[in-house]
Each structure stands twice: as structure tokens, then as C-alpha cells.
Design a protein around this ligand. Structure first.
Ligand SMILES: [Cu+2]
Length: 126
């Protein structure tokens, strides 16, 4: 049996509406998952300063991560970005310096007291 034209139009419209609802629900689920991932990824990360070196020397974090540099040596050290975007004072034994990396990029840094001590923080979205 042939479906009258106006019923076919109505059927097509209701199918489109159902597809839109499904897509919206999917988008909300994805947004919720992304929010959780961002919150989990923004946890603190520690870089130890030990034996005249940063350990780990190279880290990759997501935007918004707070990185703590902790001096475990008997000697004072500092943490200074080569692009001057951050800089600590001299850190004595046990002292820490924290910096939150908000923008994506590669942040090379060094100890200004011992410039052979270098490290890099890579900030990347997942
Ligand atoms: Cu140093």
C-alpha cells in the first residue's frame, strides 16, 4: 500500500529529529569524558633535582598541570625558563618551586647557578 505524501514527509521529519537527539546525547557523553580526562591529567607532577640534574630531565604534561621542582641536593639550585616565562629563586635543600603550565609549548629551562643542568617541559593537549 502506498503511504500518502504528507505522511511520508512527517515520517522523514520525525526520523531526522530522532537522529539529532541521538547525536546530541553522543556529544554530551563525549564532553563529559573530556572533562574527566582533563581533570585527571591536570594532577601535579614532581621533578626532582638530584646529583646536579633534573629528574626526569624531560616531561610531557597537559595544559593546566602544576609542576613542582624539588631540590634533593645538598647544593642550592634554581629553575629558570630559557624564554624567561618562569624563574625560581635559589632553592636550598628540600625547597620546592611550583609552576602551572597553562599554554601548549616546549619550555626549556636550566639552573642558572649550574647552566649545564637543563630540562624540558612539553605541554600538549591529548
Ligand atoms: Cu644547580
Amino acid at each position: 500500500m502506498e503511504i500518502p505524501l504528507h505522511d511520508r514527509i512527517h515520517l522523514r521529519a520525525s526520523l531526522a529529529a530522532r537522529a539529532r537527539t541521538a547525536m546530541l546525547a553522543g556529544a554530551i557523553a563525549v564532553a563529559a569524558a573530556l572533562t574527566q580526562a582533563t581533570a585527571a591529567a591536570a594532577a601535579d607532577v614532581d621533578v626532582e633535582i638530584t646529583k646536579f640534574a633534573f629528574a626526569p630531565k624531560e616531561i610531557t604534561v597537559t595544559p593546566g598541570t602544576r609542576v613542582a621542582f624539588v631540590n634533593r641536593d645538598e647544593t642550592p639550585h634554581s629553575v629558570s625558563a630559557t624564554d624567561k616565562s618562569f624563574a625560581s629563586k635559589g632553592l636550598d635543600t628540600g625547597e620546592r618551586y611550583e609552576h602551572v603550565f597553562d599554554a601548549e609549548g616546549d619550555y626549556a629551562y636550566l639552573c642558572t647557578i649550574h647552566p649545564f643542568m637543563t630540562g624540558v617541559v612539553h605541554v600538549r593537549k591529548r
